[in-house]
Design a protein around this ligand. Structure first.
Ligand SMILES: Cc1cc2nc3c(=O)[nH]c(=O)nc-3n(C[C@H](O)[C@H](O)[C@H](O)COP(=O)(O)O)c2cc1C
Length: 312
Protein backbone atom coordinates (compact mmCIF):
# COMPACT_ATOMS: atom_id res chain seq x y z
CA UNK A 1 0.00 0.00 0.00
CA UNK A 2 1.64 3.26 -1.05
CA UNK A 3 1.44 6.63 0.65
CA UNK A 4 -0.93 8.65 -1.62
CA UNK A 5 0.16 12.06 -0.37
CA UNK A 6 3.83 11.20 -0.79
CA UNK A 7 3.14 9.97 -4.34
CA UNK A 8 1.18 13.16 -5.12
CA UNK A 9 4.12 15.28 -3.90
CA UNK A 10 6.55 13.19 -5.95
CA UNK A 11 4.42 13.63 -9.10
CA UNK A 12 4.14 17.35 -8.25
CA UNK A 13 7.90 17.83 -8.49
CA UNK A 14 7.55 17.44 -12.27
CA UNK A 15 7.16 21.01 -13.57
CA UNK A 16 4.51 21.39 -16.27
CA UNK A 17 2.43 23.96 -18.05
CA UNK A 18 -1.28 24.35 -17.40
CA UNK A 19 -4.12 23.60 -19.83
CA UNK A 20 -7.88 23.87 -19.87
CA UNK A 21 -9.50 20.83 -21.53
CA UNK A 22 -12.94 21.49 -22.98
CA UNK A 23 -15.82 19.95 -24.86
CA UNK A 24 -19.59 20.38 -25.01
CA UNK A 25 -22.39 18.34 -23.45
CA UNK A 26 -25.42 17.00 -25.33
CA UNK A 27 -27.07 20.46 -25.16
CA UNK A 28 -23.97 22.06 -26.73
CA UNK A 29 -23.20 23.71 -23.37
CA UNK A 30 -19.45 24.30 -22.91
CA UNK A 31 -17.71 22.26 -20.21
CA UNK A 32 -14.07 22.12 -19.18
CA UNK A 33 -11.53 21.57 -16.43
CA UNK A 34 -7.91 22.48 -15.65
CA UNK A 35 -5.34 19.80 -16.46
CA UNK A 36 -1.57 19.56 -16.37
CA UNK A 37 -1.53 15.94 -17.58
CA UNK A 38 -1.14 17.21 -21.17
CA UNK A 39 1.53 15.50 -23.30
CA UNK A 40 2.36 15.74 -26.98
CA UNK A 41 2.34 12.19 -28.35
CA UNK A 42 2.90 11.91 -32.10
CA UNK A 43 3.73 14.13 -35.09
CA UNK A 44 2.37 11.79 -37.76
CA UNK A 45 -0.48 11.48 -37.22
CA UNK A 46 -0.55 14.51 -34.89
CA UNK A 47 -1.67 13.23 -31.49
CA UNK A 48 -1.78 14.54 -27.94
CA UNK A 49 -3.12 13.20 -24.67
CA UNK A 50 -4.69 14.43 -21.45
CA UNK A 51 -5.90 12.45 -18.45
CA UNK A 52 -9.36 13.34 -17.09
CA UNK A 53 -9.86 11.85 -13.62
CA UNK A 54 -12.92 9.75 -12.88
CA UNK A 55 -13.66 12.22 -10.07
CA UNK A 56 -14.40 15.16 -12.36
CA UNK A 57 -18.01 16.27 -12.76
CA UNK A 58 -18.06 15.86 -16.54
CA UNK A 59 -16.15 12.59 -16.80
CA UNK A 60 -19.07 10.97 -18.68
CA UNK A 61 -19.09 13.74 -21.25
CA UNK A 62 -15.35 13.29 -21.89
CA UNK A 63 -15.98 9.55 -22.05
CA UNK A 64 -18.53 9.93 -24.83
CA UNK A 65 -17.61 13.08 -26.78
CA UNK A 66 -16.10 12.78 -30.27
CA UNK A 67 -14.37 16.19 -30.11
CA UNK A 68 -12.49 18.11 -27.45
CA UNK A 69 -10.02 21.00 -27.29
CA UNK A 70 -6.95 21.83 -25.21
CA UNK A 71 -5.95 25.45 -24.48
CA UNK A 72 -2.44 25.97 -23.08
CA UNK A 73 -2.64 28.88 -20.64
CA UNK A 74 -0.34 31.89 -20.88
CA UNK A 75 1.53 33.61 -18.09
CA UNK A 76 -0.97 35.79 -16.24
CA UNK A 77 -3.84 33.29 -16.60
CA UNK A 78 -3.55 31.84 -13.09
CA UNK A 79 -7.14 32.89 -12.37
CA UNK A 80 -8.39 30.99 -15.44
CA UNK A 81 -6.62 27.89 -14.15
CA UNK A 82 -8.14 28.34 -10.68
CA UNK A 83 -11.58 28.97 -12.20
CA UNK A 84 -11.53 25.69 -14.15
CA UNK A 85 -10.24 23.76 -11.15
CA UNK A 86 -12.89 24.79 -8.64
CA UNK A 87 -16.69 25.09 -8.42
CA UNK A 88 -18.02 23.74 -11.77
CA UNK A 89 -20.72 26.48 -12.05
CA UNK A 90 -20.43 29.48 -14.39
CA UNK A 91 -16.84 28.76 -15.39
CA UNK A 92 -17.41 30.04 -18.92
CA UNK A 93 -19.11 33.21 -17.71
CA UNK A 94 -15.95 34.17 -15.84
CA UNK A 95 -13.63 33.65 -18.82
CA UNK A 96 -13.36 35.01 -22.37
CA UNK A 97 -13.57 32.15 -24.87
CA UNK A 98 -14.69 31.27 -28.41
CA UNK A 99 -15.61 28.10 -30.24
CA UNK A 100 -13.37 26.27 -32.69
CA UNK A 101 -14.69 24.96 -36.03
CA UNK A 102 -16.06 21.89 -34.27
CA UNK A 103 -17.86 23.74 -31.50
CA UNK A 104 -15.38 23.03 -28.70
CA UNK A 105 -14.54 26.04 -26.50
CA UNK A 106 -11.08 27.66 -26.75
CA UNK A 107 -9.82 30.01 -24.02
CA UNK A 108 -9.01 33.50 -25.39
CA UNK A 109 -5.35 34.55 -25.08
CA UNK A 110 -4.18 30.97 -24.55
CA UNK A 111 -0.62 30.62 -25.84
CA UNK A 112 -1.62 27.60 -27.93
CA UNK A 113 -4.80 25.63 -28.58
CA UNK A 114 -5.55 22.29 -30.20
CA UNK A 115 -8.89 21.06 -31.55
CA UNK A 116 -9.07 17.29 -31.51
CA UNK A 117 -11.13 14.34 -32.63
CA UNK A 118 -10.99 11.48 -30.12
CA UNK A 119 -8.41 8.98 -31.34
CA UNK A 120 -8.49 6.55 -28.42
CA UNK A 121 -9.62 6.28 -24.79
CA UNK A 122 -7.69 4.07 -22.42
CA UNK A 123 -9.02 3.38 -18.95
CA UNK A 124 -6.11 3.73 -16.54
CA UNK A 125 -6.87 3.33 -12.84
CA UNK A 126 -8.70 6.37 -11.50
CA UNK A 127 -8.06 8.37 -14.72
CA UNK A 128 -8.65 7.96 -18.43
CA UNK A 129 -5.93 8.52 -21.01
CA UNK A 130 -7.73 10.56 -23.65
CA UNK A 131 -5.79 10.64 -26.90
CA UNK A 132 -6.83 13.22 -29.48
CA UNK A 133 -5.97 13.59 -33.13
CA UNK A 134 -5.25 17.27 -33.79
CA UNK A 135 -7.51 18.62 -36.55
CA UNK A 136 -6.71 22.30 -36.08
CA UNK A 137 -4.32 24.24 -33.86
CA UNK A 138 -3.22 27.77 -33.11
CA UNK A 139 -0.07 29.17 -31.51
CA UNK A 140 0.97 32.62 -30.28
CA UNK A 141 4.29 33.92 -29.01
CA UNK A 142 3.13 34.51 -25.44
CA UNK A 143 4.95 32.55 -22.74
CA UNK A 144 3.20 29.62 -21.08
CA UNK A 145 2.13 29.58 -17.44
CA UNK A 146 4.21 27.15 -15.37
CA UNK A 147 3.04 24.83 -12.60
CA UNK A 148 4.60 22.55 -10.00
CA UNK A 149 3.62 21.53 -6.48
CA UNK A 150 5.09 24.90 -5.38
CA UNK A 151 2.34 26.67 -7.31
CA UNK A 152 2.34 28.67 -10.53
CA UNK A 153 5.44 30.25 -11.95
CA UNK A 154 6.15 32.74 -14.75
CA UNK A 155 9.54 31.77 -16.05
CA UNK A 156 9.85 34.35 -18.82
CA UNK A 157 9.00 37.22 -16.45
CA UNK A 158 11.57 35.98 -13.93
CA UNK A 159 14.22 35.59 -16.64
CA UNK A 160 13.44 39.07 -17.94
CA UNK A 161 13.95 40.46 -14.42
CA UNK A 162 17.19 38.53 -13.98
CA UNK A 163 18.59 39.74 -17.31
CA UNK A 164 18.00 43.35 -16.34
CA UNK A 165 19.47 42.80 -12.90
CA UNK A 166 22.73 41.65 -14.48
CA UNK A 167 23.14 45.07 -16.14
CA UNK A 168 24.80 46.50 -13.01
CA UNK A 169 21.47 47.05 -11.34
CA UNK A 170 21.34 45.90 -7.73
CA UNK A 171 18.79 43.14 -7.40
CA UNK A 172 16.76 42.78 -4.21
CA UNK A 173 14.62 39.67 -3.93
CA UNK A 174 12.06 38.91 -1.25
CA UNK A 175 8.98 36.90 -0.40
CA UNK A 176 5.51 37.48 0.92
CA UNK A 177 5.41 34.41 3.16
CA UNK A 178 1.96 33.16 4.09
CA UNK A 179 0.94 30.67 6.75
CA UNK A 180 -2.83 30.02 6.95
CA UNK A 181 -4.26 33.54 6.86
CA UNK A 182 -1.14 35.18 8.30
CA UNK A 183 1.84 36.85 6.68
CA UNK A 184 5.44 37.07 7.88
CA UNK A 185 6.71 40.60 8.52
CA UNK A 186 10.07 41.81 9.83
CA UNK A 187 10.22 44.61 12.43
CA UNK A 188 12.92 47.21 11.84
CA UNK A 189 13.66 50.45 13.68
CA UNK A 190 11.72 52.40 11.06
CA UNK A 191 8.75 50.01 10.73
CA UNK A 192 7.72 46.81 8.94
CA UNK A 193 9.35 45.19 5.95
CA UNK A 194 9.12 41.91 4.00
CA UNK A 195 11.92 39.32 4.27
CA UNK A 196 14.34 40.10 1.45
CA UNK A 197 17.99 39.82 0.44
CA UNK A 198 20.35 41.35 -2.08
CA UNK A 199 21.02 39.08 -5.08
CA UNK A 200 24.60 38.09 -5.45
CA UNK A 201 26.85 37.03 -8.29
CA UNK A 202 25.08 35.54 -11.25
CA UNK A 203 22.33 33.98 -9.17
CA UNK A 204 18.81 34.85 -10.27
CA UNK A 205 16.18 36.28 -7.96
CA UNK A 206 14.58 32.92 -7.19
CA UNK A 207 17.78 31.03 -6.40
CA UNK A 208 19.24 33.88 -4.30
CA UNK A 209 16.04 33.97 -2.28
CA UNK A 210 15.91 30.18 -1.97
CA UNK A 211 19.45 30.18 -0.56
CA UNK A 212 18.60 33.01 1.83
CA UNK A 213 15.53 31.15 3.12
CA UNK A 214 17.54 27.97 3.61
CA UNK A 215 20.17 29.92 5.55
CA UNK A 216 17.49 31.47 7.76
CA UNK A 217 16.21 27.98 8.54
CA UNK A 218 12.51 28.60 7.90
CA UNK A 219 10.36 26.00 6.14
CA UNK A 220 9.10 27.88 3.12
CA UNK A 221 8.09 26.85 -0.38
CA UNK A 222 8.51 29.57 -2.99
CA UNK A 223 5.58 30.14 -5.34
CA UNK A 224 5.05 32.46 -8.31
CA UNK A 225 6.68 35.83 -8.81
CA UNK A 226 4.28 38.52 -7.54
CA UNK A 227 5.85 41.89 -8.15
CA UNK A 228 8.81 43.18 -10.14
CA UNK A 229 9.66 46.87 -9.99
CA UNK A 230 12.58 49.24 -10.40
CA UNK A 231 13.72 51.98 -8.09
CA UNK A 232 15.69 54.07 -10.55
CA UNK A 233 16.83 56.58 -7.94
CA UNK A 234 18.57 53.80 -6.01
CA UNK A 235 19.51 51.80 -9.13
CA UNK A 236 17.68 48.81 -7.68
CA UNK A 237 15.35 46.16 -9.06
CA UNK A 238 12.96 44.43 -6.65
CA UNK A 239 11.53 40.96 -7.30
CA UNK A 240 8.99 39.61 -4.81
CA UNK A 241 7.58 36.09 -4.77
CA UNK A 242 4.58 34.57 -3.07
CA UNK A 243 5.55 31.77 -0.68
CA UNK A 244 3.96 29.37 1.78
CA UNK A 245 5.42 28.41 5.15
CA UNK A 246 4.77 24.85 6.28
CA UNK A 247 4.68 25.87 9.96
CA UNK A 248 4.57 28.96 12.13
CA UNK A 249 8.27 29.06 13.03
CA UNK A 250 10.04 32.25 11.98
CA UNK A 251 13.59 31.42 13.17
CA UNK A 252 13.46 34.76 15.00
CA UNK A 253 13.46 36.94 11.88
CA UNK A 254 9.99 38.41 12.40
CA UNK A 255 6.43 37.54 13.24
CA UNK A 256 3.31 36.20 11.55
CA UNK A 257 0.41 38.61 11.67
CA UNK A 258 -3.17 38.05 10.41
CA UNK A 259 -3.51 39.46 6.90
CA UNK A 260 -6.84 41.13 7.73
CA UNK A 261 -5.12 43.04 10.57
CA UNK A 262 -2.18 44.13 8.43
CA UNK A 263 -1.55 47.88 8.75
CA UNK A 264 -0.03 48.67 5.38
CA UNK A 265 0.88 52.19 6.59
CA UNK A 266 3.38 50.55 8.94
CA UNK A 267 5.61 49.81 5.91
CA UNK A 268 7.87 52.87 5.54
CA UNK A 269 8.70 51.89 1.96
CA UNK A 270 5.72 53.19 -0.10
CA UNK A 271 6.21 50.53 -2.79
CA UNK A 272 6.05 47.73 -0.20
CA UNK A 273 3.08 49.38 1.47
CA UNK A 274 1.16 49.44 -1.82
CA UNK A 275 2.21 45.90 -2.66
CA UNK A 276 0.98 44.66 0.72
CA UNK A 277 -2.39 46.39 0.35
CA UNK A 278 -2.79 44.80 -3.08
CA UNK A 279 -1.86 41.46 -1.50
CA UNK A 280 -4.44 41.88 1.31
CA UNK A 281 -7.16 42.67 -1.28
CA UNK A 282 -6.18 39.79 -3.52
CA UNK A 283 -6.18 37.32 -0.61
CA UNK A 284 -9.79 38.38 0.02
CA UNK A 285 -10.71 38.06 -3.67
CA UNK A 286 -8.55 34.95 -4.26
CA UNK A 287 -7.24 36.40 -7.55
CA UNK A 288 -3.55 37.21 -7.80
CA UNK A 289 -1.92 39.38 -10.42
CA UNK A 290 1.69 40.04 -11.34
CA UNK A 291 2.88 43.67 -10.99
CA UNK A 292 5.57 44.93 -13.34
CA UNK A 293 6.67 48.55 -13.18
CA UNK A 294 8.60 51.00 -11.11
CA UNK A 295 8.04 52.28 -7.57
CA UNK A 296 5.21 54.56 -8.70
CA UNK A 297 3.48 53.19 -11.76
CA UNK A 298 3.13 49.88 -13.50
CA UNK A 299 0.67 47.25 -14.55
CA UNK A 300 -0.95 44.42 -12.66
CA UNK A 301 -1.27 41.55 -15.10
CA UNK A 302 -4.45 39.62 -14.42
CA UNK A 303 -6.57 37.02 -16.13
CA UNK A 304 -7.32 37.82 -19.75
CA UNK A 305 -4.49 40.37 -19.64
CA UNK A 306 -6.55 43.13 -18.05
CA UNK A 307 -4.35 45.69 -16.36
CA UNK A 308 -4.63 48.57 -13.98
CA UNK A 309 -2.22 51.24 -12.92
CA UNK A 310 -2.00 50.72 -9.18
CA UNK A 311 1.58 50.28 -8.13
CA UNK A 312 2.46 47.37 -5.93
C1 LIG B 1 -2.76 22.85 -12.21
C2 LIG B 1 -3.84 21.81 -12.13
C3 LIG B 1 -3.74 20.66 -12.90
C4 LIG B 1 -4.74 19.69 -12.88
N1 LIG B 1 -4.63 18.59 -13.68
C5 LIG B 1 -5.62 17.68 -13.72
C6 LIG B 1 -5.58 16.58 -14.62
O1 LIG B 1 -4.64 16.42 -15.40
N2 LIG B 1 -6.61 15.70 -14.61
C7 LIG B 1 -7.69 15.85 -13.78
O2 LIG B 1 -8.61 15.02 -13.83
N3 LIG B 1 -7.76 16.89 -12.90
C8 LIG B 1 -6.76 17.80 -12.86
N4 LIG B 1 -6.84 18.86 -12.03
C9 LIG B 1 -7.97 18.97 -11.11
C10 LIG B 1 -9.23 19.45 -11.83
O3 LIG B 1 -9.00 20.62 -12.57
C11 LIG B 1 -10.31 19.73 -10.77
O4 LIG B 1 -10.56 18.55 -10.05
C12 LIG B 1 -11.58 20.25 -11.40
O5 LIG B 1 -12.34 20.86 -10.39
C13 LIG B 1 -12.38 19.15 -12.02
O6 LIG B 1 -13.57 19.64 -12.55
P1 LIG B 1 -14.97 19.53 -11.80
O7 LIG B 1 -14.89 20.51 -10.65
O8 LIG B 1 -15.93 19.95 -12.84
O9 LIG B 1 -15.13 18.14 -11.31
C14 LIG B 1 -5.85 19.85 -12.02
C15 LIG B 1 -5.96 21.01 -11.25
C16 LIG B 1 -4.97 21.98 -11.31
C17 LIG B 1 -5.10 23.24 -10.47
Amino acid sequence: MHDTNKLRRAFGSFMTGVTVVTTTDKNNTPIGFTANSFTSVSMDPPLLLVCPGKHITFYNEFNTTMHFAVSILSEGQEAVSNNFASGPDNRFEKTHWHRDSFGSPIIDNACASFSCRVHKRIEAGDHMVLIGEILEFDHTHSAGLGYSSNGYFSLSKEQQADRLTRRNIIGITGAIIKYDSQVLVVNTNSGLTIPSVEQHGRHGARSSLQQHIEKLGINVTLGPVYSIYDDEARNQRYTFFLANASDESTAGIGQFIPINELDTNAFPDPAQSTMMSRFATEVRNKVFGLYIGDVETGDVHHTDHTTNNNPG
